[in-house]
Design a binder for this molecule. Structure first.
Ligand SMILES: [Fe+2]
Length: 253
């Protein structure tokens, strides 16, 4: 591609992504939702079992870093700051891989994903993932930050009609926030596990002095877990936020 058409393409892409961000902000959500928010899932998982695994996961990440140059995590095109780099120094280990998943919207299709070679080094974690309240799992990512590094605040995508079901787990040192970009308010995830709205609100990490990591397991929730999720008559992507906001109302009152 010649430099001028490449330049035009990048401007058009940037305008498109900016327009998509504006469009998401115009999609109505349930008026009871209060951003930022996240839904803890600790009561549905074996928290102690996961915490017991954390030191060995951390050690395996360190081993992996010595073996090969890790892959940079790409925060994608919907970053809060246009000038934030897409690979803002967080790193990723793919615990499942797919040769046939096309684009971002097939990350929950279990039939398209299989354990990666790297997952063999994280077998206790893979066994733990089998115990999560999910009917099936598909993409599994381990994202980590070394001291001084962080992931830029971003949305995962802008399709408000798509609600990805995933369980997110974190190491104790992970400083991960959900952000209301209108007010600047950040809510840090304090639970060990969570589900959160990745479309209507931004999310990202802050630097710490330690190695920190999180694991995102995409797929389909079990029927038992789904039975706790409130019906959402507005944007499907906002469903985790509706659940979180209603839970907060219950716990306050
Ligand atoms: Fe994200």
């Amino acid at each position: 591609m010649n430099p001028i058409s490449h330049f035009s393409k990048s401007i058009l892409e940037r305008l498109y992504h900016r327009w998509m961000r504006v469009r998401v902000d115009r999609i109505p959500v349930d008026p009871r939702i209060r951003f930022p928010c996240y839904q803890p899932l600790d009561k549905f998982i074996d928290v102690a079992g996961f915490q017991r695994l954390c030191p060995s996961i951390e050690q395996e990440i360190r081993n992996q870093m010595e073996r090969q140059k890790e892959l940079m995590f790409d925060a994608g095109p919907y970053r809060l700051g246009d000038k934030d780099p897409s690979n803002a120094s967080a790193s990723v280990i793919w615990l499942t891989s797919s040769s046939s998943a096309k684009g971002y919207f097939q990350l929950d299709r279990a039939e398209l994903w299989k354990p990666s070679d790297e997952s063999l080094r994280f077998q206790p974690l893979m066994d733990f993932i089998e115990t999560l309240p999910m009917k099936q799992t598909a993409r599994v990512l381990l994202i980590f930050e070394t001291p001084g590094h962080a992931a830029a605040a971003h949305r995962d995508h802008c399709e408000t009609g798509v609600c990805h079901e995933f369980i997110w787990l974190r190491s104790p040192s992970k400083r991960f926030f959900c952000l209301n970009h209108r007010t600047g308010e950040r809510q840090y995830i304090e639970s060990v596990s969570a589900w959160f709205d990745t479309v209507h609100q931004y999310h990202g990490t802050e630097t710490t002095d330690e190695l920190s990591f999180s694991i995102r397991v995409d797929g389909r929730f079990s029927d038992q877990l789904r039975s706790h999720i409130p019906k959402n008559n507005f944007s499907p992507a906002s469903t985790p936020s509706l659940w979180a906001s209603l839970s907060n109302l219950v716990s306050v009152n």
